[in-house]
Ligand binder design. Sequence first.
Ligand SMILES: O=C(O)c1cc(=O)[nH]c(=O)n1[C@@H]1O[C@H](COP(=O)(O)O)[C@@H](O)[C@H]1O
Length: 306
Amino acid sequence: MVDKTFGAKAHKALSKRGPLCVGIDPHAGLLRHWGLSDDVASLERFCRTMVESVADTAAFVKPQSAFFERFGSKGIAVLEKVVAECRAAGALVIIDAKRGDIGSTMSAYASAYLDPASPLSCDAVTASPFLGFGSLTPMFDLAEAHNRGVFVLALTSNPEGASVQRARRSDGRTVAQSIVDDIAAVNEDAEPLGSIGAVIGATVKGACAENSGSITAVREHTHGITHATPQSDSAHDLMKINGPILVPGMGAQGGKPSDLKRVLGRAAAAAIPSYSREIARQGPSPAAIKEAVARTLDECRSALRR
Ligand SMILES: O=C(O)c1cc(=O)[nH]c(=O)n1[C@@H]1O[C@H](COP(=O)(O)O)[C@@H](O)[C@H]1O
């Protein structure tokens, strides 16, 4: 059934709960800020409070796997609980693991996150396409089989990303544009949204062609294929993604709600602005976290309406 796909669920969540993803990133500094020590019992306490404060209101919750992995198997056990409890409260859970590998190893990563029988089974996972977009195929296949999603890194929020992602290929496109085009091909004809998302940071210098003054992209013919050739580094054609767009870099990294349209243009209709530290550092008071969620959601909603 089409409405069971991750893309359809993401679309519904965006309209019902609104455009917000709350990241659960229990790093040592945040635990300290909450008056907790850096151990598994504190990790559990932090996560319990975050889940109780956000999972029944935020459309998406994104636990960052690294902060659980650093506690070994006991940390992973906490992550399993976070995933199950958030899903039970109606949030769509994206595990941020940024996996990228080849062949049977990629299949194993896909099973770990997207197979309903796995203890870490969630709604979607982040993936890195930098071993070649095609290397992610086992993950896309499993996502499709089980109505799950994959968010593929395209233009990341860190300044180092540009040296790889904005590099030009021999066909004139940036690496990021080729990733966007590959996502678009997987999502082609999906309604209301495809299940393969893109990750585009709120801090990137400019991303969409329509806001860069070069919307009339030059068409270039290379090897028998016609491409839209971006006129500048900021001229990415994002409308074609036809999938949800995870936008990290909000809050603590400097991204603001007004950046959503600056970076994504009309593609911002599918934006999922994602905040981790900015919301968690309002804790440990659940009321303060809830208040931050409501305020942040309001700010994102009104920036996207403008
Ligand atoms: O995939 C991600 O979520 C991600 C992509 C990206 O380009 N930049 C980025 O910061 N992230 C993740 O988003 C979270 C950002 O955390 P805050 O800066 O505290 O909001 C971290 O878990 C990052 O690993």
